[in-house]
Design a protein around this ligand. Structure first.
Ligand code: ADP
Ligand code: MG
Length: 319
């Protein structure tokens, strides 16, 4: 049994269904209707040492990333972040570590005007769980399920650099110091696409953040919207560092399956395609159009005119 099967089998069925829960399990955030024009969006993500970050990761990076991955899920719903709670399990008290860790957290919360409102502190193997909450106007929510047949699929920036950094850390690949620093920054200090999401939600029909790999998250969006796509892999945006250090095929495999990129996938109707492209160009956001959704409910990959196979969709716990 894998992560998503486990959630479906043991957690989705439950005794209570409340009227104020507009979205429960199954999207990037839950949505609560407290009255008024906005929903409260809520998401939780855990980082475990040695699983979500290499043990030698700097405490500032761990703090930054723990917040960033949660804000990324808020962005994926079109929500503006407001509050976080932090549950932290520490092996021991190390004041220097805590100083740096909280610096990493507060750099990001200050930028987004987010207040830390609570949490929990315990002793044990290093693990950080953050719950982030935000607000989204009821008519501006970006659900995974909102895409329509014929919509164009966009992705921000480039994909696969975090995977390249991890491959280098694991010793699978050798990078020059300069290249390593550049991709390690992306692995350690991901930028949640909050502002981009605020802009594209005026046009977009659906969105998801890329946390588990382009293919896995595109699959979640397609599945939720009951659509598919023929994905020409020549369209997948790869950084120069990635392309210059591994074969094109290896670069694509990293982009498709390695995860930790925290870019935004969103879909736009043919009518709004030019408008969203203009908005992103004006805001100097790098973006790529991956293609158009079709009713097949399948993701078919093509590379240089041939079908392309990957061993797994992306990162899954218990796989
Ligand atoms: P994301 O990658 O966007 O953070 P996940 O893949 O972690 O989302 O989770 C998918 C969905 O399952 C989300 O709606 C999440 O809230 C829900 N979920 C995950 N684990 C549990 C759990 N143990 N109990 C209830 N819901 C869960
Ligand atoms: Mg997500």
């Amino acid at each position: 049994m894998k992560e998503f099967e486990l959630i479906r089998r043991y957690f989705t069925d439950q005794p209570v269904t409340r009227k104020d829960v507009v979205m429960g399990i199954g999207d990037d955030c839950a949505l609560i209707d407290n009255g008024g024009d906005s929903y409260v969006a809520i998401t939780t993500d855990t980082l475990v040492a040695g699983v979500h970050f290499p043990k030698e990761t700097s405490p500032r990076a761990i703090g930054h990333k723990a917040v960033a991955v949660n804000l990324s899920d808020l962005a994926a719903m079109g929500a503006v972040p407001s509050w976080i709670s932090i549950a932290i399990t520490l092996p021991a008290i190390n004041e220097h570590w805590l100083q740096e860790f909280t610096q990493g957290i507060f750099e990001l919360t200050e930028y987004y005007n987010v207040q830390l409102i609570g949490g929990d502190t315990t002793q044990g193997p290093l693990s950080i769980t953050i719950t982030a909450q935000g607000m989204v106007a009821k008519d501006k929510v970006l659900y995974r399920s909102g895409a329509k047949n014929g919509d164009y699929v966009f992705v921000t920036n480039t994909i696969g650099d975090a995977g390249l950094a991890l491959a280098a850390i694991n010793g699978d690949i050798h990078l020059s110091e300069k290249d390593f620093e550049s991709v390690k920054r992306k692995l350690d200090f991901p930028k949640p696409q909050v502002l981009v999401a605020q802009m594209v939600r005026e046009f977009a029909t659906a969105a998801i953040d890329v946390s588990d790999g382009l293919l896995a998250d595109l699959h979640h969006l397609c599945e939720a919207s009951a659509l598919g796509i023929n994905l020409d892999l020549d369209n997948v945006p790869l950084s120069d560092v990635l392309v210059n250090n591994v074969s094109k095929e290896q670069a694509l495999r990293l982009a498709l399956t390695s995860g930790d990129d925290y870019q935004l996938i969103f879909t736009v109707s043919a009518t709004n395609k030019v408008a969203v492209e203009t908005a992103m160009t004006h805001a100097a956001v790098d973006y790529t159009c991956l293609g158009q959704l079709n009713p097949s409910k399948q993701i078919n990959l093509f590379f240089e005119g041939e079908a392309f196979e990957v061993a797994s969709n992306g990162f899954q716990h218990f796989s």
